[in-house]
Design a protein around this ligand. Structure first.
Ligand SMILES: Cc1cc2nc3c(=O)[nH]c(=O)nc-3n(C[C@H](O)[C@H](O)[C@H](O)COP(=O)(O)OP(=O)(O)OC[C@H]3O[C@@H](n4cnc5c(N)ncnc54)[C@H](O)[C@@H]3O)c2cc1C
Length: 382
């Protein structure tokens, strides 16, 4: 069998700790959070206390000062448990890095320690009702007024949007421009004029507090700018490969877990005097899916290795995201089928995994946008 080689003994020791945490603090509550549409703040604080948040942020800013792979261990363990509610990875591996890489010293000191402790929950808001794939088409504005920016606009489908204490807002500081007029600004959620809309009712990710956000004359200091004015689009493009890679890591772990649950089911469940696993069709399907799971794992690990070495580019990440998200959906559909009617029941993890997986082909850039990115390179931009 293929042996994973990217993780060290330290990573594996951390995995044991994370697995125990997930078993004790996440899995028992997840069904309740699904009904409530959000993960409890207590779980966030406990995750912070146990070192599950912002692992890769340096210690001087409250993180663990560990490498990126420690964060991936957290992602894998949540995916393995089918726990899609906690938006820990978006918080630790997307929002915190924007502040760390591009924010001022003051912003880093103010927010990163609170994020690492699980006291401040982070979100990133790019998508708007009329602009998703076309990020340059966003309409939310931040207009300079003395030492402040005044923000007006609306965002939609924002992960951690219901719980967030801060968000990285993509907006236009120069509405007459496309990419060059786009900037990122940190907005604390208690700023007057900022309002969270209702939690959105989704097909999957039921415990994830995905929300609409509204901005009406929201005034924030100019120092909340993340990086330079007009650089927002380029910063987003710089960070997107990491964001897409996270989704691949989640997909690979989710498929392995679903395969385990299914093997357990088909070796117990009987029909026509045999187990479901005794039918050749079942074994053939499982053989195909196992092979796909190994392919996904090997490919994802190689991408992770490249990312850690600073070699993963936007096209590599797009290929990885496209292939893993689509493979996961196809395989989960076949795995669900092996559960018969039980596979369609929400209480079965396979049903939730099937519903949860679908968003992987949409969020963080759709499959079609991934094809655009890859296709442009394949044809040499012609
Ligand atoms: C659960 C969930 C969580 C999310 N979390 C976040 C978040 O935290 N922050 C955030 O900012 N956003 C978030 N999103 C938004 C997500 O990134 C967008 O939904 C996604 O980028 C697609 O944008 P859209 O929904 O506006 O679809 P559209 O852009 O309107 O696309 C509609 C369809 O047209 C296709 N299409 C668009 N352009 C092209 C093209 N050039 N060529 C071919 N086909 C094309 C698309 O692929 C898609 O099939 C989230 C979405 C979901 C569902």
């Amino acid at each position: 069998m293929f042996k994973r080689t990217i993780y060290s003994e330290d990573h594996e020791m951390f995995r044991d700790q994370v697995r125990r945490f997930v078993e004790a603090e996440i899995t028992p509550h997840h069904a309740t959070w699904e009904k409530e549409g959000r993960v409890s703040r207590e779980a966030w604080r406990k995750a912070g206390e146990n070192g599950l948040l912002c692992a890769a942020i340096p210690e001087e800013f409250g993180g663990a000062g560990a490498d990126f792979l420690f964060s991936m261990v957290v992602m894998e363990e949540l995916a393995r448990a089918g726990a899609m509610g906690p938006g820990f990875s978006l918080h630790s591996d997307i929002v915190a890095p924007y502040i760390f890489h591009y924010g001022t010293e003051e912003l880093k000191r103010e927010w990163l320690p609170k994020m690492a402790a699980g006291e401040a929950i982070g979100a990133i808001a790019m998508t708007e009702p009329a602009a998703g794939s076309d990020v340059q088409g966003i309409k939310t504005t931040a207009i300079r007024d003395g030492d402040d920016y005044i923000i007006n606009g609306q965002k939609v489908f924002i992960t951690n949007g219901g719980n967030c204490d801060i968000l990285i807002l993509a907006c236009k500081t120069d509405p007459s421009q496309g990419a060059k007029g786009t900037s990122l600004i940190l907005v604390p959620a208690d700023t007057p004029g900022f309002r969270k809309g209702k939690l959105l009712e989704k097909v999957g990710w039921k415990a994830q507090d995905t929300a609409e956000l509204f901005f009406e004359d929201v005034r924030v200091p100019a120092g909340n700018l993340i990086g330079a004015e007009g650089r927002g689009f380029y910063q987003l493009m710089e960070q997107l490969p990491q964001e897409r890679l996270l989704q691949c890591v989640r997909a690979a772990a989710a498929l392995e877990a679903a395969l385990d649950w299914t093997v357990e089911h088909v070796t117990e469940r009987k029909a026509f005097g045999k187990t479901i696993g005794d039918f050749q069709n079942t074994r053939f399907k499982l053989a195909e899916i196992k092979s796909q799971a190994v392919l996904m794992r090997v490919f994802t690990d190689r991408c992770l290795e490249m990312h850690v070495a600073g070699e993963l580019d936007a096209v590599d990440a797009a290929m990885a995201k496209m292939v893993t998200s689509e493979t996961l959906c196809r395989c989960l559909d076949d795995l669900l089928q092996m559960f018969g009617g039980y596979g369609y029941m929400w209480e079965y993890p396979i049903a939730r995994a099937w519903a949860d997986a679908r968003v992987g082909r949409i969020a963080g850039g759709t499959g079609e946008i991934m094809r655009e990115i890859i296709g442009r390179q394949v044809t040499g931009g012609r």
